[in-house]
Design a protein around this ligand. Sequence first.
Ligand SMILES: Nc1ncnc2c1ncn2[C@@H]1O[C@H](COP(=O)(O)OP(=O)(O)OP(=O)(O)O)[C@@H](O)[C@H]1O
Ligand SMILES: [Mg+2]
Length: 384
Amino acid sequence: MARIDLDLAHAYRPDPKEDADYALLPLKMSFEDGGAYALLGPSGCGKTTMLNIVSGLLRPSHGTVRFDGRDVTALTPQQRNIAQVFQFPVIYDTMTVAENLAFPLRNRGVPADRIKARVGRIAEMLELNGQLNQRAAGLSADAKQKISLGRGLVREDVSAVLFDEPLTVIDPHLKWQLRRKLKQIHQELKLTLVYVTHDQVEALTFADRIVVMTRGRAVQVGTAGELFERPSHRFVGHFIGSPGMNFLPAALEEGGGLSVAGQPVAGAVDAVTGAALSRAEPFALGIRPEYVELEDIGEGGASPARPGTITGTVAQVQDIGTYWLVTAQAGPHTLKARLSAHARPPAPGASIALRVLNPHTCFYGADEQLIAAATVAAAQEGLA
Ligand SMILES: Nc1ncnc2c1ncn2[C@@H]1O[C@H](COP(=O)(O)OP(=O)(O)OP(=O)(O)O)[C@@H](O)[C@H]1O
Ligand SMILES: [Mg+2]
């Protein structure tokens, strides 16, 4: 196993000039020894490019890859000692399941008793032990991909195991099981794993740390909790979560008060947040649908403004089964709120107060980066 440090950029075309010419913009990041990572982002953001650079299938056009401090940029996947699992099964149809699993070990001259033990263990973990003596040719696509996963995991001495959307061909129910299984296997085997996916649920269930990517940039590396609570970039707020984070235009008023979606908000942000915001205008307020609190304020919304809130009207209420999804309008701005299935949602057309300022609130600058997270005066007064 190895710690992997990247300090590089990659352009497939020679002589790149603009950002758009790079599949990976300059980045510096590390994968800790024994960690389980997911590379998460939409199609074309550079996930496979990064994975292939780590494995050595692709040499970066700029910069270096280090394993445990050693420069491996010019080395092949074999020399780097990498195992890689692809989207589609890579197995030998004429061999049995056991022979397929044993192959990477035989290749390395591992003693027969050691091979037997290891193949047995991996087969058991992946629930392939009933099929060990069958030929791979006759097996379903699911089983074949399980063999590919097993071949990736069978060696103990690899620097890392890399997966590129390995569950694409797997049936949805089994997919869920295998995700959990991979997580369990990681906990037992303590291999360094890097897993590419565009599915946030897959990334969140599998990985300890998630690298969120967009347009050739790794915009945040964090735990599921960090990505949810403190997205460091608007893209992360929008991409993680269901639905994603709400963003509303915000500004500081004379005297330090805050206005959101054109409405003054009572309960000012604290001095430190205020100072950070004053240097960053224009900025946006971000709040997740889970953290927007609603209150019906009756016809015309005449009741006095509550701290941390703006007013709006309910446009739509959807029953999602495990929660209510309320879509509200505050002037021209749309805001989504998730309410517990046990709550009584307001009726469409109702005037509501929407609390958008609480300890979960984040602020983003014009460059889409997080400026500050709200430690909010209103929240400290016990109103959150
Ligand atoms: N061999 C190649 N030659 C030229 N451009 C490439 C090559 N491979 C990928 N690209 C481009 O580099 C960018 C990143 O591609 P990459 O395959 O890394 O994305 P990805 O995140 O893995 O996407 P997907 O989810 O669709 O697999 C894309 O714009 C893609 O068109
Ligand atoms: Mg890809």
